[in-house]
Design a protein around this ligand. Structure first.
Ligand SMILES: [Cu+2]
Length: 347
């Protein structure tokens, strides 16, 4: 993994060096796309793994209610929860409690020895039928609207990321970026039995987030644009869920579930598999790293076979006569960082 990364850095360094020393104009004429990609990387700086903000995109101590939301649908859902459902529930509960107390105090045997024989009151019956109907309709309108918005397909040009649930890790494939694949395992916890063989321990990198939620390779995506997530599984049913992004969708073998992910701002957002999937179900967290577009592009180029979407893959650019240092992407290799035998049971 280290060797592979060094080789990639060296290759990219050579390329940039070659461009600056060997005449940028000539190089740009020969391979405008490769030049544009390098220029983008130089402008954005090298990719650096993002350090999560404490309390953002993760559960907090003594938290009540929903996690703070970082997607438009999440904001909408949070408004339904905090602005519609909770007030209605609170008011109804208080009214029912008040009625019960009133009946108990006023109409018990001591204070009301001769009960009324009234058995019908049309006016009251109409009221207590109509009011609940109106309340339910009032809840249904925003709720069905939210449901419809959640099913809205992604725009045609949206970036596609394929998410696959496996026992017990996630793989993220980037078909629009050269087809490379990232394997994502939970970090082992210091002083506790090894969960994933060959994976480093939590805390060995300054950018590590909360225990049980941090992974070796995160799902990196651009912020501020719709992303088409296609979700499936390779073995049993899993569920891809990130509470702070208002996202939960089942990962079913042999089937692709699709939903739009839109993250309002850069950050690291954590979730967990949410479908009981076997012995290590609790040890396959999800870490989503949302970056500004230029930083995302820089990350893509750190991946073997990575190509910026909408531009030809490095292999094609090389075929067009780019400098020899252009990385070849004959086979979009699965992540070199993948641990060798990490599916082995915990020690
Ligand atoms: Cu699972």
């Amino acid at each position: 993994m280290i060797l592979g990364e060094d080789a990639r850095t060296l290759r990219r360094g050579l390329k940039v060096f070659g461009l600056s020393m060997g005449g940028p104009v000539l190089a740009a004429l020969a391979a405008p796309q490769a030049f544009a990609q390098d220029a983008a990387v130089v402008a954005a700086g090298a990719y650096e793994r993002m350090k999560p903000t404490p309390g953002k995109g993760m559960p907090v101590d003594d938290g009540l209610g929903l996690q703070a939301q970082y997607s438009p649908l999440g904001d909408y859902a949070q408004w339904i929860h905090d602005g519609v459902l909770m007030p209605i529930i609170t008011v109804i509960t208080l009214i029912v409690l008040g009625l019960l107390l009133w009946v108990m105090a006023r109409y018990n045997r001591r204070f009301n020895p001769v009960p009324s024989k009234t058995s019908h009151n049309t006016f009251i019956e109409v009221i207590w039928t109509l009011v609940p109907v109106l309340i339910l309709v009032g809840i249904a309108v925003p709720s069905i609207d939210l449901l419809a918005k959640q099913y809205k397909p992604a725009p045609e040009k949206a970036l596609t990321v394929k998410v696959t649930g496996n026992q017990w890790f996630w793989t993220y494939t980037y078909p629009d970026n050269g087809g490379f694949e990232v394997m994502s395992y939970m970090l082992n916890l210091p002083g506790q039995p090894v969960v994933n063989n060959g994976v480093r321990e939590l805390g060995t990198d300054p950018s590590d987030g909360p225990s049980h939620l941090e992974v070796d390779n995160r799902m990196v995506v651009p912020a501020g644009e719709p992303i088409r997530l296609q979700i499936t599984a390779s073995d049993v049913i899993h569920s891809f869920a990130v509470p702070s992004l208002w996202f939960k969708l089942d990962a079913v073998p042999g089937r692709i579930n699709e939903k739009v992910l839109f993250i309002k701002e850069p950050g690291v957002y954590y979730g967990q598999c949410s479908e009981l999937c076997g012995a290590k179900h609790g040890y396959m967290p999800i870490a989503v790293e949302a970056l500004p577009r230029d930083k995302y592009n820089a990350w893509v180029l750190t991946q073997s076979g990575g190509a910026i979407d909408g531009q030809p893959a490095p292999a094609e650019a090389a075929a067009e006569g780019a400098p020899a240092a252009t990385p070849t992407a004959a086979a979009p290799a699965s992540s070199e960082a993948a641990p060798a035998a990490s599916a082995a049971p915990a020690a």
